[in-house]
Design a protein around this ligand. Structure first.
Ligand code: SF4
Length: 380
C-alpha cells in the first residue's frame, strides 16, 4: 500500500488515484484560475512525467493521466514551483471549492476570502464541497457542492445549503460559512465519516434563516464567445498536453469549469487549435463517455473511440451516454440513450441510467450504429 492510499480522502495531486493507465494526478487550480505560465507548466509536466493527456473534471479540476510512482515526486516538484501544490494532503483535501468562471471583482475577492476560510472549517467528509456562484447569474447549480454562495433575486449575498431552495443572508462570509458547516456537523450530517448536505436537508433538517430566494440560474453555458471571453470545449473533456500548451501561448488567464470546458478570459478570437470545440452544435457535445477500457480497470469495452464514431449518428436534441460499465461515472443521471458495455458487447437503455434495464442487449458497435441511424431516419 502506498502512502496516499488512505481511506476517507478525496484524491488530489499529493495523493493520486490508481487507474488502468497509471496514476491520475488531480490539480485544483487556486481560486479556479490558471495563469498562462501555470498552464504551460502543467502541459510540460504532463508530457515529462505522464502520458501527455489531461482530463477536465466535473469539479473544475485538471487531471494528469499516466503518471508513475517513480515520476510522481518530480511532477510534484515542477507543479509546486508554479504555486499549484498545497503544503500537505490535509490542506489539499480541504480546498474543495468551485468558483464561477464568470466573475466580477467582488467575486474574485469573495473567492479569496472563502478559500482562506476553508482551513477553519470543522472536519468535513471528503466529498463535502463549496461553490462560489456570485457572478451576474448562478451557473454552478448543476455542479456538486454542499454549501453555495449565491446572490438573491435582488442581489444580496446568500449562503444556500444544497437541497434547499432558499438561502440565508450573509453578514460576514467567513464566519457565516464556518457556522453553516458547524451546523451541518452538529445536526448529524456525518455518519461514519460520510455525508452530504442534500441528504441532511432531505431528512427535513434545515438551517435557520433560509428564506431568501436565489437569482434565476442560467443553464449550463455553451461553448463560444461570451461577454468576458471565449468558452472552449474538448471531446469528453480531455485534451493532449500540446493543446494546453498552445492555449497558454495566447496569454489569457484560463479558468477550468465544471462543464469540462475552459474559459479564456478576455479572448475575442482564437487561432485554429486542433481539438478545440467552439461550435455549440458540434455533435460530440451531445455525447458523454467515461474512460472505459483500457484506461479504467472496471471498463469492459472501449468507450471513447466508439463514441467518436457514433456521435454524428446521435439524433439532434437527444443525449447519448456511453459507459464502460454499469457504474455510469460520467453521467449518473438518465440520458435519452445509454449504451453500457458488458462482457458480451453493449446494452442499449432508453431514457435511463447505465444500470437500468436495457431494451437491447449484447450489441456489436455496428449494430448500435444501425440502430442510431434508424432512429434518425424520417418516419413515413
Ligand atoms: S463507468 Fe465503469 S468503466 Fe467507466 S469510468 Fe466508471 S468504473 Fe470505469
Amino acid at each position: 500500500m502506498t502512502a496516499w492510499e488512505i481511506k476517507g480522502w478525496c484524491p488530489g495531486a499529493l495523493r493520486p488515484m490508481q487507474s488502468g493507465d497509471g496514476l491520475v494526478v488531480r490539480i485544483r487550480p487556486p481560486l479556479g484560475r490558471l495563469t498562462p505560465a501555470q498552464a504551460a507548466a502543467i502541459a510540460t509536466a504532463s508530457q515529462s512525467h505522464g502520458k501527455g493527456i489531461i482530463d477536465l473534471s466535473a469539479r473544475a479540476n485538471l487531471q494528469l493521466r499516466g503518471v508513475t510512482e517513480a515520476s510522481h515526486p518530480r511532477l510534484i516538484d515542477d507543479l509546486r514551483a508554479q504555486g499549484l501544490i498545497d503544503p500537505d494532503i490535509e490542506t489539499e483535501s480541504l480546498r474543495n471549492l468551485i468558483v464561477t468562471p464568470f466573475r466580477d471583482s467582488e467575486t474574485t475577492a469573495l473567492a479569496a476570502t472563502l478559500a482562506a476560510t476553508l482551513a477553519r472549517m470543522p472536519r468535513l467528509p471528503g466529498k463535502f464541497g463549496f461553490a462560489l456562484d456570485t457572478g451576474p447569474r448562478p451557473v454552478l447549480t448543476g455542479a456538486s457542492a454542499d454549501i453555495r454562495v449565491e446572490r438573491s433575486a435582488n442581489g444580496r449575498l446568500i449562503l444556500r445549503p444544497e437541497g434547499h431552495p432558499c438561502g440565508q443572508s450573509v453578514t460576514d462570509l467567513a464566519l457565516d460559512a464556518v457556522a453553516m458547516a458547524e451546523w451541518f456537523v452538529a445536526n448529524g450530517g456525518i455518519t461514519n465519516g460520510r455525508g452530504r448536505m442534500a441528504a441532511l436537508i432531505a431528512r427535513g433538517i434545515v438551517p435557520p434563516r433560509c428564506t431568501l430566494v436565489p437569482a434565476e440560474p442560467l443553464l449550463a453555458p455553451t461553448p463560444g464567445q461570451h461577454a468576458e471571453g471565449i468558452l472552449v470545449a474538448l471531446a469528453f473533456g480531455q485534451m493532449r498536453a500540446e493543446t494546453l500548451c498552445q492555449l497558454a501561448t495566447l496569454n489569457h488567464e484560463i479558468r477550468p469549469t465544471p462543464w469540462r470546458m475552459l474559459f479564456l478570459v478576455g479572448a475575442t478570437d482564437l487561432p485554429a487549435i486542433p481539438g478545440l470545440i467552439t461550435d455549440p452544435a458540434d455533435p460530440i457535445l451531445r455525447v458523454t463517455a467515461c474512460t472505459g477500457a483500457p484506461g479504467c480497470p472496471q471498463g469492459l469495452q472501449d468507450t471513447r473511440n466508439l463514441a467518436l464514431q457514433l456521435a454524428p449518428h446521435v439524433p439532434v436534441n437527444q443525449t447519448f451516454h456511453l459507459s464502460g460499465c454499469a457504474k455510469g461515472c460520467a453521467h449518473p443521471a438518465p440520458a435519452d440513450l445509454t449504451l453500457t458495455a458488458t462482457g458480451q458487447g453493449y446494452d442499449l437503455i432508453l431514457d435511463g441510467t447505465a444500470s437500468d434495464t436495457p431494451s437491447l442487449t449484447s450489441l456489436t458497435p455496428g449494430a448500435v450504429q444501425d440502430h442510431l441511424q434508424a432512429l434518425n431516419a424520417p418516419h413515413l
